[in-house]
Design a protein around this ligand. Structure first.
Ligand SMILES: C[S@@+](CC[C@H](N)C(=O)[O-])C[C@H]1O[C@@H](n2cnc3c(N)ncnc32)[C@H](O)[C@@H]1O
Length: 276
């Protein structure tokens, strides 16, 4: 049996980097074998080496993309690290809502939304705790690089195990329909959200115009896969798209690459960022 060489893995690491800017550590090269096994099977291949041979000789953008997608880490859950959601409810949103009284609109972005639980958590939180927003124009945008997770987010259908991670029983009853082993997000929540594919580090940023500005951006647990330079560029773009009184949440182990343009605020056992 042939095994892939370090040169083959390096080729794949570089290819993934050029597509998604995700930096993969060589100590985890074994992940290529497991994560790409289905994809190789579908293409009549059994070994990583075969796959690399194939890619070296012909440009196959769809296959490259599928490889980059397969190497993403899509871990997420409803109300993940509950504190940002709690702080939004108790302190931050009442203030932002006051400031948007005339506009009667709010915009949220779950950047790197994975299978959609973050976006739906925001939507359910708004429905549950801010009934006065009925009649407002509320948009929750969710974007992710990986086509498969975006499809799942759009479907809003979750297995019992996913539902049982972090979702209060009251929310399950109120905002989901039970379908066999699965639970589907109710239409009233779904229609507040819009999920689509987008690369945070590609040549076209997911949102361009300053009229696209957001009140709250969740950019959590994705920057840890990026280089320092990529983080800097990404956060400069995010800064541009956040309202002057807007809020940025990062993952609990992440920080802005350029602290000079952000004010960090510690509150409610968590940290959020305001544009300077
Ligand atoms: C660990 S999940 C985080 C999900 C959610 N934000 C959370 O904290 O629960 C990271 C997500 O980032 C996405 N991702 C990785 N690189 C990306 C890129 N360049 N552009 C957009 N999304 C990316 C992955 O597909 C994955 O779904």
């Amino acid at each position: 049996m042939q095994t892939a060489s370090s040169v083959d893995y390096k080729y794949l690491r570089e290819m993934v980097f050029s597509y998604s800017q995700n930096v993969l550590d060589p100590s985890r090269d074994y992940l290529f074998d497991t994560r790409l096994s289905k994809l190789m099977q579908r293409n009549g291949m059994t070994q990583v080496e075969e796959l690399v041979q194939y890619l070296r000789f012909r440009k196959d953008l769809a296959l490259e993309r599928a490889i980059a997608d397969a190497m993403t880490i899509n871990e997420t859950s409803f109300f993940r690290d509950s504190r940002p959601f709690e702080l939004l409810r108790t302190e931050l949103l009442p203030r932002i809502i006051e400031g948007r009284r005339n506009l009667r609109g709010l915009r949220f972005w779950s950047a790197a939304c994975s299978t959609g639980q973050e976006g739906y958590s925001i939507a359910m939180g708004l429905r549950e705790h801010f009934p006065s927003l009925a009649g407002w124009n509320i948009r929750i945008e969710g974007t992710d690089l990986c086509a498969e997770v975006v499809e799942r987010a759009q479907a809003g259908r979750y297995h019992r195990i996913e539902i049982n991670r972090g979702l209060p029983a009251l929310f399950i009853v109120r905002y989901f329909d039970h379908v066999g082993e699965d639970w589907t997000v109710k239409e009233e929540i779904k229609k507040m959200c819009n999920f689509r594919e987008a690369n945070l580090c590609g040549s076209q940023f997911p949102f361009q115009r300053s009229s696209d500005r957001f009140d709250v951006i969740f950019l959590r647990n994705v920057m840890l896969y990026f280089s320092q330079e990529t983080r800097r560029t990404l956060l400069a773009n995010i800064h541009r798209l956040l309202a002057p009184d807007g809020i940025l949440f990062l993952g609990s182990s992440e920080q802005p690459a350029d602290p000079s343009i952000w004010t960090a605020v510690l509150a409610g056992g968590t940290c959020y960022y305001r544009p300077k």
